[in-house]
Design a protein around this ligand. Sequence first.
Ligand code: HMG
Ligand code: MG
Length: 303
Amino acid sequence: ALPTHVKIVEMGPRDGLQNEKQPVSTEVKLELIRRLIDAGEKHIEATAFVSPKWVPQMADHHEIMAALKSFPEAQDGSVWFPVLTPNLKGFEGALAGGAKEVAVFAAASESFSQKNINCSIAESIERFKPVIEAAKAQGVKVRGYVSCVLGCPFEGNIAPEKVAEVAKALYDLGCYEVSLGDTIGVGTPNKARAMIAAVAEYVPTSKLACHFHDTYGQALANIYACLELGVATIDSSVAGLGGCPYAPGATGNVATEDVVYMLNGLGIETGIDLTKLVDAGAYISEQLGRRPVSRAANALLAK
Ligand code: HMG
Ligand code: MG
């Protein structure tokens, strides 16, 4: 049976913008976050405490956190603003900024791990241990990502068992949720199903999130397959923004508008107002000088 309620984790301000070549001002990012909150989003990945040399677009992480502190939804805890922290340095920055939730990110592919975070999978897990320990001590929640779960830009096919091994490692270390990323959007539903089944041997599906990029137009079909297996947390990006700087050719995440439109049709609750969400997507798309990469958003905007 399909879930009755789905948690959407909004990727727009982080995964969505990290790959933009033109600088996006801190003020525009904050206005986007305000509009996403207004649309009813409760989990908004706000920025990344990664090296500004590696990802210049996230260099304003301190400013973003400082501004978020004055948001009533951050103060009363009604909206979560997770941030990426690849190592202790990143975690310390996030903590100083007031983060209540952080995310560590690993990969199921050795080559992608090297390209993305400059270390092997095993080294990354070692690096996350002190981050997760420190987070626990501070009462900060930790999300874990596994990238390249259905394919790697450098290695091609990835075995579901390898994904399961990395997901298990993150879960065993104390990640409360593990997000499985089809970083380059190559997956199709049967592959997605087999991968989820392999991971579910070690991590309960209630602790899994699916994170699909829509490069080949398969994201909604893959999400539906994951919903059928009991996954009830979906990562998506308003206006279909995004791409990973270390995954050549990958397009944006599945558009939050398209996901919410589908879930509304299925009678699955998200707490998100689609009209306001489309407005938020139109806002950021206009700032970037393009149309939203969302079929549902464009259909609704044309009305
Ligand atoms: P490194 O060069 O191996 O790190 O990078 P290092 O420890 O040797 O330090 C080198 C320099 O970076 C030093 O500065 C450090 O201080 C600095 P320098 O002395 O040269 O001036 N540094 C930092 N600065 C700011 N914040 C930090 C930090 N750590 C070190 N946290 C590192 C290793 C992990 C830092 C680097 O590879 C990096 O920042 N990678 C981030 C890559 C990234 O953000 N990728 C995109 C996000 S992942 C993704 O999109 C996939 C996902 O969406 C899921 C999916 O789709 O599959 C999550
Ligand atoms: Mg991603």
